[in-house]
Ligand binder design. Structure first.
Ligand code: AMP
Length: 222
């Protein structure tokens, strides 16, 4: 396995709806390194309609995690790609302790050390409102919110002019409740794990998108 060059290696973590995806997309623009969203990778597999894709989709739609082994393999293959040579932003991985341990092993093999694990903190009542109101442009994926981030022109995407939008099937109240239960039981234990490694940085995720982005820049020192 070739050694990757030193760059910025960061994990964005936090409960569903805390803004990981939004902040990762912005950070990608600022740092010029790829945004690796395991949720997006899994949804792409789901859209292929393959047998595996259908199994993944059933788990996601109910708010359950896919098996560790599967996601670790997927991530491993992704970080081998050329565009990961100068760093990456992980969004949605690791989501369990075995995933966190596997990430450590994977990076150790490559002589890479993580620069930071940033936990974006948002209270549950805000999370529900954020998730239930969010939607995205079908064409370019730009995210919007019914209340907090409407397109400038009603029904038209600010970024690409697209006029069709979608909501994620797992963005409904029952599934979000299950995702929060899974977050607390399975993902939250990775927080003290990274704290022990001296990597954890906590950022208040309740401000504006720009304010949170500024806080992330300052903890990364960029
Ligand atoms: P996200 O787009 O990060 O909200 O992820 C959407 C869904 O994909 C999650 O609710 C899980 O079902 C699945 N998923 C994403 N990342 C992981 C992961 N690291 N481990 C297990 N399941 C995942």
């Amino acid at each position: 396995m070739p050694n990757l060059k030193k760059g910025i290696y960061v994990v964005l973590t936090g409960a569903p709806g805390c803004g990981k995806g939004t902040q990762a997309r912005l950070l990608k623009e600022r740092l010029g390194i790829p945004h690796l969203s395991t949720g997006e990778m899994l949804r792409a597999e789901g859209h292929t309609g393959s047998e595996l894709g259908l199994k993944i989709k059933a788990l996601i739609d109910k708010g359950n995690l896919v098996p560790d082994e599967m996601i670790i393999d997927m991530l491993k293959n992704r970080i081998e790609k050329d565009d990961c040579q100068n760093g990456f932003i992980l969004d949605g991985f690791p989501r369990t302790l075995p995933q966190a341990e596997a990430l450590d092993e994977l990076l150790k093999e490559k002589n890479i050390t993580l620069d930071a694990v940033i936990e974006i903190q948002v209270p549950d009542e805000i999370i529900m409102e954020r998730i239930l109101g969010r939607y995205a442009c079908m064409k370019c994926g730009q995210g919007y919110h019914d209340k907090y981030q409407k397109p400038k022109v009603y029904g038209v995407c600010d970024t690409c002019g697209g006029t069709e939008f979608y909501r994620r099937i797992d963005d409904n109240r029952t599934t979000v409740q299950n995702r929060l239960v899974n977050y607390r039981a399975l993902t939250y234990p990775t927080i003290p794990y990274f704290e022990k490694e001296g990597l954890l940085k906590c950022v208040d995720g309740t401000g504006s998108i720009e304010a949170v982005a500024n806080k992330i820049d300052s903890v990364l020192g960029v």
